[in-house]
Write a protein that binds this ligand. Sequence first.
Ligand code: ZN
Length: 282
Amino acid sequence: MTVGTTTFPADGVIISAATTGSWPTKAQNPHVPTTPEEIAACAVACGEVGAAIIHVHMRDEQERVTCDPVRYARTRELVEAAGSAVIMNMSTGGGAGTSTDDERMGPVALAPEIASFDCGSVNFGERVFINSPQFLNELAIRMNANGVLPEIECFEPGHVWNALRLIDEGLLKPPFWFQFVLGVRGGSPPTVKQLQHMIEMLPPGAHWSVCGIGRAQLPLGMAALAMGGHVRTGLEDNIWYRKGELASNPQLVARIARLAEELGRPVATPAQTRSLLGLGTK
Ligand code: ZN
């Protein structure tokens, strides 16, 4: 049976947990991890219930976004020391308009297995998230030099088009790992039609995942499960489990894992994810 872009039985679904992000605070949801110790413990807990990738942002003592490589390194050490195999995806997003380009590229020097690559500029709520052509070129060069797989984050179809140009120029190399971030105020609306459109723009063989913002998180995750894609969930994008009930990160991951099992899609392990995305081979 063919549904969307995949033929069933499908490959495993890669679940990414975006646990912290740059905006939610403990005042909004006490389950948001903000210290390296909390973020690492949360990564381990999410890995135990089905996440293969942990997408991390760092915060300072006041919960403000920081790109401090020392905190990133500390978090990775703690995860590894706990014996978890989850793959770390370090954010290079900074505070969506509040960090310098140089600060944002800091974590790349740590050679994480994956780092985010925000593939174009976009209005982001009340802010402007600038990813200039010069920044993207430099970020791609540094990721290539450090053997980092870019998670190509696309907030609207123009960002996919930017990626195609960077692929043509040889700055982005296969395998391609796309993350569609839908529902940011200023980007694409979080609809299946938009998702399908962006999938149709992808180069052959590209892997894709989707995260919907806010109340779109669950329905778009379910759409991705049905369409053969991968899913990102977590408090970075949505702090609610259901209307009126705050979520925790492991709770959100466990729900996607349950839905995947119901659909007959096995949840990909970190080892299977490394194999699919060619990690550790660069
Ligand atoms: Zn992020």
